[in-house]
Write a protein that binds this ligand. Structure first.
Ligand code: FMN
Length: 283
C-alpha cells in the first residue's frame, strides 16, 4: 500500500515528539539521583585527601551512602571567602539566589555548601543582570575551602584545585597542614588524561610525592609546587627541593598543566591564608 508524503512527515514528527518527551522525562526523573551521585563523588574525594582509607569510604558507601555524608558533615566545615578575604556566611549566598532568582529556600537548605557555590557560579550572569551590573562588577570572587576538624581539632585545610592538563580539565583537592604551608596530601580525581601517560596523575606513586612539600619558601613567600620533567631530586637540592615533585614520563604536558593551576589556585587562596598565618603567629 502506497502512503503519501503527509503520512511520512506526520510519522517522523510523532517519533520525534515521543523521543523528546521520553528523554525529558528520563532526564527529570534521573536528575535527583545524578545530583546525589555527584555530591557523593565530591565527598569521597575530600575524605580521601584527608586521609580516610579508601576501603573505609567504599565500605560506608556500600552500607549506606548517607553514612558517608554524615561522616563528612560531622568532620568537615566549609568556609567561603570573597576576593576581599571576608568570610561569607552561606546564608548570605542562599538569600541572594532566593531574592534575585527565585530559588526555593528549603531546596537550597538541603544542599551542601559546594553545591550552593556551584549554582552561584553557574548563574553568575543572571545574578549580575538582576543586580544591573556586569559579571565582572558583580562577581564577589568566592573561594571555597574545607576545614577538616575531627573532634573539633583543626587537622587540615582542604582546597579545590582545577585546570587544564593536556586534553581537558583536571579536578582535585589539596590538603594543607594547619601551618598553611606543608602539603599533607593531594588527589586528582576527575580528568581525561591518557591512561599510562598523563592519566598517571591520579596514581599514588605520583600524588605521594607531594606529601611534605611546601608552598612557601624559607622567607615565607608563596612559591607553590611544580612538577618537573624527570626526577626532582636530580634537578633540585636543599630548600628548593621542597617545591618540586617528580614528573610523569610521557606526561610532561599534564605535569605543566598541574604546575600552572596549582600556582594559580593556591596563589588565589594565599592572600587569605596570609591573614590566618598572621593572626596566629606568636607576638
Ligand atoms: C595518543 C597520545 C596521548 C597522549 N597523552 C598525553 C597525556 O595525557 N599527557 C601528556 O602530557 N602527554 C600526552 N601525550 C604525549 C605528548 O604529546 C607529549 O609528547 C608529552 O607530553 C611529552 O612528554 P615526555 O617529554 O615526558 O615524553 C600523548 C601522546 C599521544 C600520541
Amino acid at each position: 500500500m502506497q502512503r503519501g508524503n503527509t503520512f511520512t512527515f506526520a510519522f517522523a514528527f510523532l517519533i520525534c515528539v515521543v523521543c523528546s518527551v521520553s528523554l525529558a522525562v528520563a532526564a527529570t526523573y534521573l536528575k535527583p539521583a545524578q545530583d546525589v551521585a555527584q555530591r557523593l563523588d565530591v565527598i569521597k574525594n575530600i575524605l580521601s585527601v584527608a586521609g580516610y582509607p579508601d576501603e573505609e569510604i567504599a565500605a560506608q558507601m556500600r552500607r549506606n551512602p548517607r553514612e558517608l555524608i554524615a561522616t563528612f558533615e560531622q568532620n568537615f566545615h566549609a568556609r567561603i571567602v570573597d576576593q576581599n578575604n571576608r568570610e561569607v556566611p552561606l546564608d548570605e549566598i542562599k538569600s541572594e539566589l532566593v531574592t534575585r532568582l527565585g530559588y526555593n529556600r528549603e531546596e537550597l537548605d538541603q544542599k551542601q555548601a559546594f553545591e550552593i557555590i556551584q549554582i552561584f557560579q553557574e548563574k553568575l550572569s543572571l545574578l549580575a543582570a538582576s543586580a544591573g551590573q556586569t559579571e565582572e562588577q558583580y562577581d564577589p570572587g568566592y573561594n571555597l575551602l574545607f576545614l577538616y576538624q575531627p573532634e573539633g581539632q583543626l587537622k587540615y585545610y582542604i582546597v579545590p584545585v582545577e585546570g587544564y592538563g593536556l586534553w581537558d580539565m583536571i579536578y582535585g583537592y589539596i590538603a594543607l597542614e594547619p601551618d598553611l604551608n606543608t602539603v599533607a596530601d593531594i588527589r586528582f580525581y576527575k580528568h581525561q588524561e591518557t591512561p599510562g601517560l598523563g592519566g598517571e596523575c591520579s596514581k599514588p606513586w605520583f600524588t605521594n610525592n607531594f606529601r611534605g612539600k611546601k608552598i612557601l619558601n624559607d622567607q615565607g613567600e608563596f612559591v607553590s609546587i611544580a612538577v618537573v620533567k624527570g626526577k626532582a631530586a636530580e634537578l633540585h637540592e636543599g630548600e628548593s627541593l621542597n617545591h618540586y615533585v617528580d614528573g610523569i614520563s610521557g606526561g610532561t604536558i599534564t605535569g605543566q598543566g598541574i604546575t600552572r593551576f596549582l600556582r594559580e589556585d593556591l596563589g588565589r587562596y594565599n592572600e587569605y591564608f596570609q591573614t590566618i598565618r598572621t593572626a596566629e603567629a606568636p607576638i
